[in-house]
Design a protein around this ligand. Structure first.
Ligand code: ZN
Length: 81
């Protein structure tokens, strides 16, 4: 029986769907210092729903259109002397 060493490469998990569940945390809000509870998918929240209301899903940021930066023309009309 022959044997040899092979290199096992690192690999990433293919994208997949996973069902996750929310948990209800009882905690003290860092801002108003009141005992509260909050349901969240992620880790333990820090703030209550009054201090940090749940964010709606982000939409495309079309409302905050930035003005185009205008090219500046510098004129050196300083006459010192
Ligand atoms: Zn709070």
């Amino acid at each position: 029986m022959a044997s040899k060493l092979i290199d096992v490469r690192e690999y990433t998990v293919r994208a997949h769907k996973r069902e996750i569940h929310t948990r209800v945390f009882n905690f003290v809000c860092k801002q108003c210092n009141e005992t509260t509870k909050r349901e969240t998918y992620g880790p333990r929240p820090l703030y209550c729903e009054r201090c940090r209301p749940p964010q709606p899903p982000k939409k495309s940021q079309q409302s905050s259109k930035k003005a185009k930066p205008r090219p500046m023309t510098y004129t050196s009309d300083t006459n010192l002397g």
